[in-house]
Design a protein around this ligand. Structure first.
Ligand SMILES: [Fe+2]
Ligand SMILES: [Fe+2]
Length: 399
């Protein structure tokens, strides 16, 4: 008998010797402690922002539990345990702790705590040394806010230098949220997803403001792509959703792969046309919801552009995405913000397309961009900037 088996059997023998089930329930054994450790592998990432909540995600390097202490002052004072169905979190690579309800438009201070867990058996669960992040803060969404400011990253493809430069630029632009407009990476290994999606290249890009995640075609690729939604939490647990912050209503669409489902490289595993039709039905209804339809400006975020050149439709008439154009027109969409082409572009509205199409650049230091959005009730400004902050193109709309 090895040591672990011996300890397990001894513990069970002690529990059951001369006791009744009533006594077992009345005298629970205190959790055993041990000196094993866990480390955070990422910065916290604020996911799934809604009008009354956000989910704090963080990567860890081993079996552990985690919780979040938070409040409206640095004294914190409240605890979110992340329990589900009566069980607190227990995971190997990442934790997700929802904070809700939160008041709209308020600064929330928080820190994440974690504790390694040696889960030897139902009655032999050992806690290790607790760890904690520093205290950080963010502002919650507020549908009534007078203005909204955001930044858009896209097509970073794990280029560390570009990610670092984007982070430096983003720090100079106070923002309410960050849109990551797709093509983070091919998703080959599930255990690497937290490092790739929570703090890419070690950058705490959504530690201090919530993430609006938009899936790109590369994010659908790789053997672990089906696990992505378990790590990047989104409203309704879908890659298409909407949000409202102040004068802007955001619509996130998932354009899927960039080749036909029948293309041989997908070996018959792609089913994006059906998925796009599902989104078409949702989009039509979503744009009619008062929270969206009554916003001063509606902006669509989708990875593959819906228009690439003046007067040229981006999709074949047989592609369900070609039908989105008419829904955008009827729903009075002001602008579509995309990436994918690795070449920035700013297409103002024209006689056939009453909304603007902006496209961010690529992953290299010679073509990477950041798109800045500034919205008031009277004015929407979208500008494309290079990594030094120089404005490459801009478009403004007024109500
Ligand atoms: Fe890309
Ligand atoms: Fe792409």
């Amino acid at each position: 008998m090895n040591r672990r088996e011996f300890l397990g059997k001894t513990a069970l023998a002690t529990l059951f010797a001369g006791t009744s089930p009533v006594l077992l329930g009345a005298q629970p054994e205190a959790p055993k402690s041990a000196s094993f450790k866990v480390r955070f592998t990422t910065a916290p990432s604020l996911q799934c922002p809604t009008a009354d909540g956000v989910t704090v995600a963080i990567g860890v390097d081993g079996p552990s539990t985690a919780w979040v202490e938070y409040g409206e002052t640095e004294a914190l004072g409240q605890t979110a345990w992340g329990s589900r169905d009566g069980l607190k979190p227990f995971a190997n690579h990442a934790h997700h702790i929802p904070l809700a309800p939160l008041p709209p438009g308020r600064r929330i201070f928080y820190r994440v705590r974690a504790c390694p867990i040696d889960f030897r058996g139902p009655y032999d669960i050992r806690r290790g040394e607790e760890i904690s992040t520093d205290v950080f803060s963010f502002q919650t969404f507020d549908p009534q806010a007078a203005q909204a400011r955001f930044v858009v990253w896209n097509d970073t493809h794990e280029n560390a230098a570009t990610l670092q430069a984007l982070m430096r630029r983003t720090r100079t632009l106070p923002s309410d949220f960050l849109v990551w407009n797709g093509d983070v990476t091919d998703v080959n290994q599930e255990e690497r997803i937290p490092i790739q999606y929570f703090s890419p290249a070690g950058q705490p890009f959504t530690r201090d403001m919530p993430l609006i995640f938009v899936r790109g075609n590369h994010d659908t690729r790789g053997a672990a792509a089906r696990a992505l939604h378990r790590f990047v939490h989104l409203p309704g647990n879908r890659f298409y959703y909407s949000f409202r912050h102040g004068p802007v209503a955001g619509i996130v669409l998932d354009t899927g792969e960039d080749k036909l489902d029948t293309h041989p490289v997908y070996a018959g595993l792609g089913d994006f046309d059906r998925y796009r039709q599902e989104q078409s039905r949702w989009l039509e209804a979503e744009l009619k919801r008062p929270e969206i339809s009554q916003a001063p400006f509606r902006v669509v975020f989708c990875h593959i552009p819906c228009a690439r050149r003046e007067g040229v439709p981006a999709f074949a008439s047989t592609d369900p995405r070609s039908g989105w154009h008419q829904v955008f027109v009827q729903g009075k969409v002001a602008a579509v913000v995309s990436g994918h082409t690795h070449r920035h572009a700013c297409l103002p509205p024209d006689e056939n397309r009453p909304y603007a199409q902006l496209i961010g650049g690529g992953p290299g230091d010679d073509n990477a961009t950041l798109i800045r959005g500034e919205v008031t009730r009277e004015r929407l400004k979208l500008s494309i900037q290079d990594l030094h902050g120089e404005e490459l193109a801009a478009w403004t709309a007024e109500t």
